[in-house]
Ligand binder design. Structure first.
Ligand code: DX5
Ligand code: ZN
Length: 238
């Protein structure tokens, strides 16, 4: 059965998930409202623990404080998240993405997430994502395919926004698409990091369902950036 968040994205077409850590944190409510008005379907929160990745960002209180109609897409760059996933879900995380190389038992973390319900829509289960850094082989996904709703290729080495897109990601997209097709399940494919107004076009037509973008959206006219990037992502080659 297709997960409602997967269905929602399928209905919208390839979509942006915008990284809130790149917003003006002194005027976050205003930026969130403007993202909603611009039609952005997902709000991406980069949780960094200062251990799995060098930077330290925000946790459940931040996720709870953000009130929005957008889907709360929480990217956990956290070592051993098993003990804390319940806190993120209770704070409103609706799509929770983990890094399998940060967990001794990634399958158990996904199983556990699969039992959790969304705080805003209690009857509805949380959508589960698995993220792979550029140095991780895509075959890591094989034992996890039955327990994911999203696979996210991180196109930079995570830690901060504004880094350059690693071109080898394009080949990895093909490999992950093949794995999704072979699984027979309806799984979203996301790319996170280094996507700009200039290079988003190269992701169009490649089967990427969600593009996570931070700095590029907040550089200049946000609404125009969202519209331009969404259009470029959805463009079909002639
Ligand atoms: C990487 C994060 C990203 C990323 C997005 O550590 O997971 O979500 O920084 O920011 P940009 O689009 O600026 O690369
Ligand atoms: Zn992220």
């Amino acid at each position: 059965m297709t997960h409602p968040i997967v269905e929602h994205v399928r209905r919208m077409g390839p979509s942006l998930s915008v990284g809130l850590m790149s917003a003006d944190l002194m005027a976050l409510g205003n930026d969130v409202a403007r993202l909603e008005q611009a039609g952005v379907p997902l709000a991406h929160v980069d949780v960094m623990d200062g251990c799995y990745v060098p930077m330290l960002t925000v946790g459940p209180p931040f996720i709870k404080a953000v009130t929005t109609t957008m889907i709360k897409d929480v990217h956990l760059m956290v070592r051993e998240p098993l003990a804390s996933i319940g806190d993120y879900v209770a704070a409103g995380a609706e799509l929770v993405t983990i890094h399998p190389d940060a967990c001794v038992h990634p399958h158990r973390v996904l199983q556990q997430l699969g039992t959790m319900k969304q705080a805003r829509t209690p009857g509805r289960s949380v959508a589960r994502g698995v993220a792979l850094n550029p140095g991780m082989p895509v075959d890591m996904l094989d034992p996890l395919m039955d327990d994911v709703e999203l696979i996210m290729l991180v196109a930079i080495n995570p830690g901060w926004g504004g880094q350059a897109f690693i071109p080898a990601t394009l080949g990895r997209i093909e490999a992950v698409r093949a794995k999704i097709a072979a699984s027979g399940r309806d799984v979203l494919l996301a790319v996170d990091g280094g996507v700009t107004r200039q290079n988003i076009g190269q992701l169009a037509g490649r089967g990427v369902d969600i593009v996570v973008t931070g700095s590029a959206v907040f550089d200049g006219d946000m609404a125009a950036n969202v519209a331009d990037m969404t259009r470029a992502l959805r463009a079909v080659s002639p």
